[in-house]
Design a protein around this ligand. Structure first.
Ligand SMILES: C[S@@+](CC[C@H](N)C(=O)[O-])C[C@H]1O[C@@H](n2cnc3c(N)ncnc32)[C@H](O)[C@@H]1O
Length: 206
């Protein structure tokens, strides 16, 4: 992948490099068909992988995040990072880090940042999408909202990717896996091989 690995390593985030590579490869195919969209930009790690593929095909990545952090990233929680806490605003703010990543990766003309809750962005959305990557809030309510708000915008042959699929509850939260199973049960998607915790589904052509 034509991306500076030093830059990738320097960006805060939760994506395994193999999962990132799979995101890139899937987006390289999808972005020939239309625009891509991710929910959960954080500091831009996944954005680099998907955005670079979009850039290669002259496509666009819409990247949604309210940049206030998920429940588990708040002070006192497991994934709290004090570097990302804005003392003046008394809250998490990942937006400056995200924009810095986009600039360093040279993706300013490819990535469209959307700074709000994903359900708000979905309200008036009408653009068909070739790839949707769900990596926002990890409660069942958040993950299900993201699935129901965005998956139906996928074109036939488009890809739905869901991060943090843990079949074993001892290894991680179950909400993304529950939503993944719902998507499969809809009959609308074909299951593709997973990469670590990255689930990949392809919208059927009928
Ligand atoms: C696990 S992080 C995303 C990690 C990122 N994809 C990466 O590669 O590092 C989850 C992000 O989702 C965002 N988020 C959580 N709930 C959201 C919602 N309802 N709408 C928009 N963003 C949300 C949080 O602010 C957080 O930045």
């Amino acid at each position: 992948m034509p991306v500076d690995t030093e830059l990738l390593e320097s960006v805060k985030g939760f994506l395994d490099p193999e999962e990132g590579q799979r995101l890139y490869e899937t987006a390289l195919v999808a972005s020939q068909l239309g625009p891509c969209l991710e929910i959960g930009s954080y500091c831009g790690k996944s954005t680099i992988y998907i955005g670079t593929a979009c850039q290669e095909n002259g496509s666009v990545l819409f990247s949604i995040d309210h940049h206030r952090g998920s429940e588990e990233q708040q002070p006192g929680q497991q994934y709290f990072d004090p570097d990302l806490f804005d003392e003046g605003r008394n809250r998490i703010d990942t937006f400056p880090y995200f924009m810095d990543t986009i600039e360093k990766a040279g993706l300013q003309d490819t990535v469209v940042p959307i700074v709000c809750k994903s359900a708000i962005a979905a309200r008036q959305w009408t653009t068909p999408l070739a790839l949707v990557f769900i990596d926002g809030g990890h409660s069942f309510e958040d993950a299900f909202t993201d699935y129901s708000a965005w998956a139906h915008h996928l074109i036939p042959g488009g890809y739905l990717l869901i991060h943090d699929i843990f079949e074993d509850p001892k290894k991680g939260g179950q909400a993304p896996f529950e939503v993944y199973k719902l998507a499969l049960a809809s009959g609308l998607f074909e299951e593709m091989p997973r990469t670590k915790t990255l689930g990949v589904l392809k919208r059927r052509l009928f």
